[in-house]
Design a protein around this ligand. Structure first.
Ligand SMILES: [Zn+2]
Length: 286
């Protein structure tokens, strides 16, 4: 009955999608997690789509979970192929007007203009993220200068925002003195808690919506009490963040879509320069 299927890979298309459920199947070594939207309007076909936000299955209202799982397993090679292709499709940021960058969970418009001064400057106001780069720089240099200035801007925002959150949550949790806080450029993590109690946070956290920054802060603060990721740890986190599991899932999903803003690698003759620059940044957070 549900045999006919439409598949589509919506590259970079993140339309709003009313989710009615979520499920997962294991296929060999891989786990496919997918959002399900059941709709009375959909009569017979099951539509599977893969985009940067994940795998989505649109299904008729009456179909059983088990039947959907069977369909997903059957289409697993196609799904995995397209899911793996997603990160490579992201274009690197060029720091030109019209592009956007995420800040506190919102897409902020870039307004780029040549600067009348020798150094680059980034300011943020209701008009957007204004990037001024000295005029007459060659394109590669202009882009790298803009990138450096934007990263510095995120770092400064993080250096203001994150210690304030740590302080607030520390008081709520009844912790002792404020820990030492460092803002870092970590390749694949949002934060860490060192043995000496120093908390390190990734400046990219400023790209996230505030509820996710809070989750990261509480996660690391909780490590001051419980050093591992045991059930006791998660129970303690959940006391402050009752919807911790939703936030973790959201963080995993959103994290995959954020621009890395890492320096473009030097061009190598055996590898197109854009290849590595195109890679998006993905943090794991368990
Ligand atoms: Zn942890």
């Amino acid at each position: 009955m549900y045999g006919s299927m439409i598949e589509q890979a919506c590259l970079g298309d993140a339309r709003a999608w009313a989710v009615t459920g979520r499920d997962r199947v294991r296929v060999g070594d891989a786990t496919i997690e997918y959002d399900v939207r059941r709709s009375a309007r959909r009569r017979k076909t099951v539509q599977i789509s893969v985009d940067r936000d994940g795998v989505r299955v649109a299904a008729p209202a009456g179909i059983a979970d088990r039947e959907l799982r069977d369909i997903v397993v059957k289409r697993a090679p196609w799904i995995l192929q397209h899911a793996n292709a997603q990160p490579a499709t992201a274009e690197p940021t060029r720091f030109v007007s019209g592009e956007t960058l995420p800040y506190l969970g919102r897409d902020v418009r870039i307004v780029a203009a040549p600067a009348g001064r020798p150094s680059a400057a980034v300011t943020f106001d209701c008009g957007g993220l204004r990037i001024a780069v000295p005029a007459h720089l060659p394109e590669v240099e202009r882009r790298e200068t803009a990138r450096g200035a934007v990263v510095e801007w995120y770092r400064l925002r993080a250096a203001e925002d994150i210690p304030a959150r740590v302080d607030r949550w520390r008081r709520l949790l009844g912790e002792g003195a404020n820990p030492r806080i460092l803002i870092r450029d970590q390749r694949c993590r949002w934060g860490s808690c060192a043995a000496d109690g120093t908390l390190r946070f990734n400046w990219r956290a400023m790209m996230l919506e505030p509820s996710l920054i809070d989750y990261i802060v509480v996660h690391e603060l909780t490590h001051l009490k419980v050093r591992n990721h045991s059930a006791a740890f998660w129970n303690l986190v959940a006391r402050s963040i009752p919807d911790v599991q939703q936030r973790r899932r959201r963080l995993r999903e959103v994290g995959r879509t954020l621009p890395a803003l890492t320096a473009a690698p030097p061009a190598r003759p055996d590898q197109p320069a854009s290849q590595a620059a195109r890679r998006r940044w993905a943090a794991t957070y368990w």
